[in-house]
Design a protein around this ligand. Structure first.
Ligand code: NAD
Ligand code: UDP
Length: 324
């Protein structure tokens, strides 16, 4: 049997999708990258365009598409709060219709399909660190609900296609991940702080900066995604993927200032509604089932990310498409 597979990556031109496509192309697979470029641009995959085993399709996953594939990684969805709140109804449609369309494709092709779910399914968690069995604390009518509930409904669809139709599914819950190719204006904390530090602008600390997150370097995360897809034990998940080292947002700001050699100051801005107070993954399940754990420390990952931000011109990055 051929070891090279035909693999679809939805959202493949995005931050994580582009690293995943790169890894799969380098491994020799036949990769189809599907994206509508809502929160990304072709430059993320420009270096792959000349490869014979890479194909780029501009398509919106809320519309069905017929492709013949062996595996699907479903990453298409705006991920940063500023991006997913830009058109919340579209975010819900992307999560739910996108899931239905990739699951239908997987059913027809007998393909394996992996869902990029999120730590946001835990909402503002009362259980710390977050384990997969925790059912979460999500405000269903708040500003983050379009993303959180969309992703929760997508998990439901994945499990029902698995139970009712025997579709070979995998669900991973990704915790805050950062690295080169983050959109400089996505509003996420790492991209904001680095862009601000390099431009000698004030660093915007929301609230008092005591809220925590746990930051995973992108290539560690990609390794976890591929392990989850490739394992043959029939382990469906959901499984947490993230770095369990927890930092306050103030600590992150101070580290970015130190590593970038910036003289930016910290300024306090209001904490957004429903902003989770603490977040850290329990990754015991990933360790046990996938023999996976992150290897890159925050300091090391931030150095690589800052180096990349120094090479780009933020003026070349567009905000989300108006009237999208
Ligand atoms: P990203 O915004 O860079 O990537 C998402 C990609 O999906 C973009 O290229 C975007 O243009 C595309 N897209 C959006 N809507 C689409 C649609 N309707 N049709 C086709 N393409 C569409 O974000 P990312 O950080 O790379 O996130 C990738 C996936 O991982 C998302 O599903 C996200 O929810 C999930 N995730 C990411 C993180 C993280 O910290 N990076 C954390 C949890 C979950
Ligand atoms: N944050 C901040 N300043 C910024 C952007 C974000 O203090 O310029 C905070 C935000 O309030 C949150 C944390 O950083 O507490 C992580 O925010 P991000 O949008 O990256 O991700 P999420 O809240 O989805 O984890």
């Amino acid at each position: 049997m051929l070891s090279e597979k035909r693999i679809l990556v939805t959202g493949g031109a995005g931050f994580l999708g582009s690293h995943l496509c790169e890894r799969l192309v380098r491994t020799g697979h036949d990769v189809i990258c599907l994206d509508n470029f809502f929160t990304s641009q072709k430059t993320n995959v420009a270096h792959l365009l000349g490869e014979p085993n890479f194909e780029l399709i501009r398509h919106d996953i809320t519309v069905p598409i017929y492709l013949e594939v062996d595996q699907i990684y479903n990453l298409a969805c705006p991920a940063a709060p500023g991006h997913y709140q830009y058109n919340p109804i579209k975010t819900v449609k992307t999560s739910i219709l996108g899931a239905i369309h990739v699951l239908g494709m997987a059913k027809r092709c007998r393909a394996r399909v992996l869902q990029a779910s999120t730590s946001e399914v835990y909402g503002d968690p009362e259980v710390h660190p977050q384990v997969e069995s925790y059912r979460g604390s999500v405000n269903p009518i708040g500003p983050r609900a379009c993303y959180d509930e969309g992703k929760r409904a997508a998990e439901t669809l994945f499990m029902e296609y698995h139970r009712n139709n025997g579709v070979d599914v995998r669900i991973v819950r990704i915790f805050n991940t950062y690295g080169p190719r983050m959109h400089p204006f996505d509003g996420r904390v790492v991209s904001n702080f680095i862009r601000q530090a390099l431009a000698a602008q004030d660093i915007t600390l929301f609230g008092d900066g005591s809220q925590t997150r746990s930051f995973c370097y992108c290539l560690d995360l990609i390794d976890g995604l591929v392990r989850m897809m490739e394992q043959e034990d029939g382990f469906v998940g959901p499984v947490n993927l993230g770095n369990p080292d927890e930092f306050s947002i103030r600590e992150l700001a101070e580290l970015v200032i130190e590593l970038s050699g910036s003289d930016s100051s910290l300024v306090l801005e209001p904490l957004p509604e429903d902003d989770p107070v603490r977040r850290r993954p329990d990754i015991s399940l990933a360790r046990e089932k996938l023999q996976w754990q992150p290897r890159v420390s925050l300091r090391e990952g931030l150095e690589k990310t800052i180096d990349w931000f120094r090479t780009i011109d933020p003026a070349h990055y567009r905000p989300p498409t108006p009237n999208y």
